[in-house]
Design a protein around this ligand. Structure first.
Ligand code: CUA
Length: 174
């Protein structure tokens, strides 16, 4: 079969685009750790505040250099609205919604979750540098959707170590 040279060129471009997309997908998945949130757990949305870990929203240490941030979203706020984590630590965000569909997006990061009532959404992230990040709901959730925001405050990790040490040895203050 004779293939016209223009046809060959167009086929070549098509194949190159397909390979490029496959490489980009592999890089995003393996290199950057971007993936779709899965249905990792289901809970009764009417009993969120009675269901662990959501009965104690907030940040807790779950291992050396590892933290879990448990957040509850509801119209129109995040609980807690201020999330403090140390720089360099691996933070597991465990989030759910009590009422309607909400979003969980931390600006400038790949933290981007859809919060579905009755479903737990999780994602891990490591903030390399101290700073303050805006947390917004990016799924339309009603009349005050635009006001639904919070903050992630990334503290220098030495500060966290110092505070933890001070708390552990309250008598050692100068
Ligand atoms: Cu919650 Cu928009």
């Amino acid at each position: 079969m004779k293939v016209h040279s223009y046809e060959k060129a167009v086929l070549g471009v098509g194949i190159a685009i397909l390979i490029g997309c496959a490489v980009a997908l592999a890089y995003a998945t393996l290199g950057m750790g971007i993936h779709l949130p899965g249905a990792e757990g289901r809970i009764d949305p009417a009993r969120v505040y009675q269901t662990p870990p959501f009965n104690q929203p907030g940040v807790r240490q779950i291992g050396p250099g590892r933290y879990e941030a448990v957040v509850v979203a509801q119209a129109w706020a995040f609980n807690p609205a201020e999330i403090r984590v140390p720089a360099g630590a691996e933070v597991l965000f465990t989030v759910t919604s009590t009422d309607v569909l909400h979003g969980f997006n931390v600006e400038g990061t790949r933290l981007n979750l859809m919060l579905i009532p009755g479903q737990i959404s999780r994602n891990r992230y490591r903030f390399a540098e101290p700073g303050e990040y805006l947390l917004i709901c990016h799924e339309y959730c009603g009349i005050a959707h635009h006001t639904m925001a919070g903050r992630v405050i990334v503290e220098p990790s030495s500060e966290v170590v110092a505070r933890t040490t001070a708390a552990a040895h309250p008598g050692n203050h100068p």
